[in-house]
Ligand binder design. Sequence first.
Ligand code: C2E
Ligand code: CA
Ligand code: CA
Length: 655
Amino acid sequence: MDSVGTGRARVSRLFAAYAAVSLVGVLALGGVLLQTSRQQADQRGLLQAGDEATLIGSTGISPLLDGKPLALGLSADERAALSRHVNAVVADGRVLRLRLRGLDGRAVYSSAGGKLDVPVDDEALDAASGEDVARLTTFDGDTVPGGGVRAVEAYQPLSAGPDGRRVGVLEVYLPYDRIATDIAKAQRLQTTVLGVGLLVLWLLLLAVTGSVTRRLRRQVAANAFLAMHDALTGMPNRAQFTEDARSAVAAATAELSTVVALVDLDRFKEVNDTLGHAIGDRLLVTLGARLTAAVREGDLVARLGGDEFGIVLPGLRNLGEAAEVLGRVRSALAEPLVIDDLPLSVEASVGFASAPSDGTDLDVLLAEADVAMYVAKRRHLGVVHHTPQHDRYDATRLRLVAELGDAINRGELVLHYQPKTDLRTGRVTAVEALVRWQHPERGLLFPDSFLPAVEQTDLVEPLTRWVLRTATLALADLDPTGTLVVAVNVSARSLGRGDFAEEVLAVLADTGTDPGRVILEITETALLADPTRAAVTLGALTAAGVRISIDDFGAGQTSLGYLADLPVSELKIDKAFVLAMHSEPRNAAIVRSVIDLGHNLGFSVTAEGVETSEALADLTAANCDLVQGYYLGRPVPLELIKAQLVDRAVVATRD
Ligand code: C2E
Ligand code: CA
Ligand code: CA
């Protein structure tokens, strides 16, 4: 919300600045226009004065002249008539002074007070040759000492007589103020129109810009919304969730705790795969709305991606409140719904962790909630609060889980390889790939320190993919043309994915690996988690030639009869039995009977954890097929296993 606020404020400030700058611009433009129009006004004043002078000449003076050139002098009649007329116009103020000149420019007549011995000026000569001249001047009237009035001095050619011949020049001083008053009146009108026009223009500009600004402001808000929201459902997205969850976790106290919960829809993938994405999308939108409606005011529900949702519940007085809200969430999701006439039902698994009691670091809390969600899903428990009893994963382990995603990308994982030896021939027929994490601070980590926690989360999938890819590439390096087999461990969670078989086969195709040279080791508990799905997945894998081994056999309570129905080719006796064969006769008996049973069901039997020559001898006697253990070879890095295989002539030397 904050960034939207500042975005809006910025837009408003921009608008204010724009209004100010454009006002200055409009005012400057107005100033320039006013200045120009003033200059034009003076021009118009002169023109008007010229017209008035022409009128005086043609209607007042010319009719009084007989048509002789004025340079020859005026007759007494003419003079008398002129004086009468001129005195009248001077008296009523229309004219300040009037002179007549001959075509040679010399004055022959002047109204009262005007001299006759004036110089022959250029304007007079210009008028004599037919031009109209008018200019602004200050009229001292030859009579007003020390002062003057603004006047227009006009020179006009003067025609007279029956044939209208040019006889001389009329020089007339007209008072400018009367003209100026007229002009000023016109100009005031013009200025008003100009001012109002510019104001309207400015307001229009502001209106247009204002609407653009509003649009921009909406866009800013929309962008901020999109950055923090999921496009499909309009719900807050992972970024918003993380931001809000972090501050809610930071604000949590012993009295008012904050719960972060993860919700995963069961069977959503099936809906999506069988009914199509369009229905899947609508299902997500509907369920998202239900989720949002089910929580309290002030809680946050976000879509984290796929069919996973996150919930932040701040300010809880006890965990019962959280369980109540999350239970409500779960029942809201479980209500039947119909999309396109299809009745659908979705169950959800919810896992949650509470701050500060379960941790104060968001990443740790999320990992805990993820573990709890997985437990809820596995055991069909609905809503599960993370407890340390779920697993032995302390905060350090959970933090490791959080780091593991990057570890894969940073290339911090390595594989070590341990030989599996054929007891009858003594040859190494396979190597088992065992993952290690070269941690930048903690050194080389063995799988038991990070795998159990990772296996509870989705991160195990990229890990399985990475191991498979790396192991098959190693196989091509170790024995490009031979028959060496690589064994890869698969966790229950990977096996539970609907597309696991396709993924494995895609990796094999990609690395150019013959599926017959890969054996996947799967624990019996992994097979039992979802036997129906496991059967389908194993069927697809074995059909392509990949072999399946049941790892840690004997540790669970698998019925051998059930295993007989699965396309399995190897049983691996759990190392606990093998290690204890000598201390506990019971274990030796179990090992022997597993070997027999396995053979009866057509499996090859491998014993792991062979640490001594005695164990090896007993296993040989019991007719075990393959052995694996420190006595025969520890898990070692690729280069070392390569050297060992060459030494033992398992693979041909290449040089
Ligand atoms: P596992 O599949 O039962 O692997 C055999 C484990 O026994 C390995 O431990 C190996 O180092 C150890 N071992 C081998 N020979 C002997 C022996 O003579 N005596 C004793 N005491 N131990 C022996 P590691 O490498 O620590 O692996 C532990 C478990 O981690 C594995 O048990 C397997 O379940 C899992 N794991 C290892 N790598 C992967 C992997 O890439 N993916 C998955 N999903 N799980 C893996
Ligand atoms: Ca194994
Ligand atoms: Ca094992």
